[in-house]
Design a protein around this ligand. Sequence first.
Ligand SMILES: NC(=O)c1ccc[n+]([C@@H]2O[C@H](COP(=O)([O-])OP(=O)(O)OC[C@H]3O[C@@H](n4cnc5c(N)ncnc54)[C@H](OP(=O)(O)O)[C@@H]3O)[C@@H](O)[C@H]2O)c1
Length: 237
Amino acid sequence: MNLLKKERQKYVVTSKVYWPTSEDPNGKGLSKKNIFKSLDDTLLRLGTDYLDFYFVHDFDHNTPMETTLESLDQLVKAGKILHPAVSNWSAWQIEKALGIQAKNGYSLFELMEPMYNLVKRQAEVELLPMAQAEKMGVISYSPLGGGLLTGKYGETKRPVSGRLVEDQRYAQRYGEKTNFKIAAEFTQFAKKLGVHPAPLAIAWVNYHQGITAPIIGARNMEQLAVSLEAVNFEMTE
Ligand SMILES: NC(=O)c1ccc[n+]([C@@H]2O[C@H](COP(=O)([O-])OP(=O)(O)OC[C@H]3O[C@@H](n4cnc5c(N)ncnc54)[C@H](OP(=O)(O)O)[C@@H]3O)[C@@H](O)[C@H]2O)c1
């Protein structure tokens, strides 16, 4: 917060809205009420008067898309956000939204945040080609599959602690046997090249023409240092 107060202009600050932040039945989703209230709370917490990007975190089946898009545009006009952005929507939902935004003269979604890594490649089918065609930025999440592709998981190998053994959501998302087989083979491949699998997995994500930058996750400085080596990798086809 102090950092932002001193040097706000230097940082690109983003946040998201959708998941409940309280017991309040109105305190979730993409209704106008929740979008406005969540953003005001976020700005207060961060001690800033605007966000660079404001993401809708998931698709809200209970709110008309038009209402959500109008709300985001009103925030742009009020100077509280610079650009609307979108995460975890399907390609048809984003395309429909872009059409509504263009028709109404609203600010367009400029950035999206899909899941993308060596074992979760669904984004390659529709989302990434769409982003390239629409010239949208893409900051993808989970380049390491939450730790799966770091060398500590194999067909039967599991670390004592780690996201995939501790966090139920991640354990479920990556729980299929095939994923652990891929992890083992990928680790072997990295070994053959003489590199750490983590930066190789991140560099692989970054190599896709549609990706602007992968968002890395790190539990400590050591993990962060390993992941940052990805910028030095020369990838080939
Ligand atoms: N939009 C969305 O819906 C959404 C969803 C998920 C994430 N995200 C965002 O994307 C960011 C990154 O996602 P992610 O955290 O899933 O990314 P990730 O890079 O796939 O996984 C990060 C995890 O991998 C493990 N790890 C990282 N480096 C390692 C190393 N060198 N050696 C061993 N293990 C290592 C650590 O977990 P352990 O130490 O526990 O093993 C770390 O927390 C998140 O912080 C979040 O901001 C967004």
